[in-house]
Design a protein around this ligand. Structure first.
Ligand code: FAD
Length: 437
């Protein structure tokens, strides 16, 4: 359908909200009517399983944005296809003055945006990108000599020193929805169903986008106890931008330094991914490329299915498999067990988490796995091997968490511990030592 008015497009990617959305705000203030767009991107979707639980979440949130647009009397375009093709066709149907969007620093996104940039250039269309999903981006926080950081503590100090009121600025996109395009003739838009795109519906409950102030206030004390609701569960919302990082970081600064610290880790890993893109395909520290992994597939299956006979590991993996979530303390324990006790390449674990986690984020997942395996930036030293039984005594002393996820824990149906923890620790130290010498 041809559109005769001159428009700007706002392209949603990982920022599914009408409120405090930097790029959307800029588009709405551009002086041109704004057509919001979302693309169910086949370059991504074609590689996901049909039961992936993030796709129904995205679908639900895009539906919500579409309704907001509709209440404002405006359409939102939702396409299913390859971004370059979608834009090629759009540029033919409408007079597009500019495309507005928010930055995304993942390798695939950078490559995609480069293609769209070239297409825009060929067609005389402006492309405007804005920082929205982090407080400080790829090169905002650098060492005095201009090099990027590779250690968290000095980075976080500089991050805090760099804060100003501007860092938490609210961009009131929600107050300018009258600048959305109002078609003069009726303009019908499709909304592809999950089924049309080959996906089944939601089978898990998605965490709420709101969190009680008391959780944030007590975060420092309760964040390590997996049986408690002591963390925010906001991961999926940060990932898809259904909440504003600026608003949450502003709150965190008022209420909890340790919560703020976790948000800094998020910026840190995003920066690491951008500055050291080799981490996507291998260890941050190259010497660890040669660790003699055992990579036993049967053992990997036991780990995935939560039948290792080690309660903290099994409870964590079952929580992940059933809900798409795992508590951070337990993520560290299962990752240490896989990489160190079983000597299975951390990339196997990373890929499994990427398939299952609702809050999956390439930067933080890669950072978390490399940390646990001892191959990353701030890596736990290789000789620190978590003992999952000691961890249980410390962080789940009444067995509340493990019993919740392993109903047969105290019966004969629960498997024997699959490996001896002391022996496998020793084996791990020898393997790591062989590349450290
Ligand atoms: P909270 O504890 O309430 O923290 C608030 C927010 O801060 C989180 O939602 C997240 O956005 C951020 N955050 C917290 N801890 C970290 C951290 N260590 N690194 C980076 N950001 C952090 N986090 C992801 O968002 N996506 C992942 O794919 C991911 N994979 C991980 C894999 C491993 C092996 C490990 C050890 C950690 C991983 N983390 C990942 C970090 C952390 O476990 C999760 O962010 C956290 O458990 C999510 O729960 P929450 O929302 O209740 O977090």
């Amino acid at each position: 359908m041809e559109i005769t008015e001159q428009l700007v497009i706002f392209w949603f990617r990982r920022d599914f909200r009408m409120e405090d959305n930097h790029g959307l705000y800029r588009a709405l203030k551009s002086g041109f009517p704004v057509l919001p767009l979302f693309i169910f991107d086949r370059d991504i979707l074609d590689h996901l399983g049909s039961e992936d639980q993030r796709v129904p979440f995205i679908h639900q949130e895009i539906g919500r944005l579409r309704e907001t647009c509709s209440s404002a009397g405006s359409p939102m375009l939702v396409c299913y296809g390859f971004p370059e093709e979608v834009f090629q066709s759009l540029l033919q149907q409408a007079k597009i003055k500019a495309i507005y969007t928010n930055e995304d620093y993942e390798p695939y996104a950078l490559e995609r945006d480069n293609k769209i940039r070239s297409l825009c250039k060929e067609n005389g269309v402006e492309l405007h990108l804005f920082k929205d999903h982090v407080i400080f981006h790829k090169d905002d926080i650098l060492k005095d000599d201009g090099d990027p950081y590779s250690v968290f503590t000095p980075y976080s100090k500089k991050w805090k020193d760099g804060l100003s009121e501007d860092s938490f600025k609210h961009y009131p996109s929600e107050d300018h929805l009258d600048a959305l395009w109002k078609p003069s003739k009726s303009y019908e838009t499709d909304f592809p169903s999950l089924k049309d795109m080959g996906f089944s519906g939601a089978e898990v409950d998605y965490p709420s986008r709101t969190v009680k102030q008391s959780v944030i206030k007590q975060y420092g004390d309760k964040r390590n106890i997996p049986a408690e609701n002591g963390t925010s569960r906001l991961g999926i919302h940060f990932r898809f931008g259904t909440i504003s990082i600026r608003e949450k970081a502003r709150k965190a600064r008022e209420l909890s330094d340790s919560f703020l610290n976790e948000l800094i880790w998020r910026d840190f890993y995003s920066m690491v991914l951008y500055q050291y893109p080799h981490v996507v395909n291998g260890p941050f520290r190259k010497k660890y490329e040669d660790i003699p992994w055992r990579n036993n597939e049967e053992e990997f299956e036991k780990w995935k299915n939560g039948i290792t006979g080690i309660p903290m590991v099994d409870a964590g993996m079952r929580q992940l498999n059933q809900t798409g979530y795992m508590h951070n303390r337990v993520r560290m324990i299962v990752a240490s067990f896989l990489t160190k006790n079983l000597l299975i390449n951390w990339q196997w674990g990373e890929a499994y988490f990427a398939e299952k986690l609702l809050d999956y984020e390439l930067a933080s997942n890669n950072g978390g796995w490399q940390w646990a395996a001892g191959t990353g930036t701030d890596a736990a030293p290789y000789f620190r091997v978590f003992n999952p039984l000691t961890q249980q005594k410390k962080f789940d002393k009444n067995n509340e968490y493990v019993s919740r996820w392993i109903p047969e824990l105290n019966s004969d149906d629960y498997p024997e511990q699959m490996v001896d923890l002391k022996e496998t620790r020793k084996r791990c130290l020898e393997a790591y030592k062989s590349v450290n010498e």
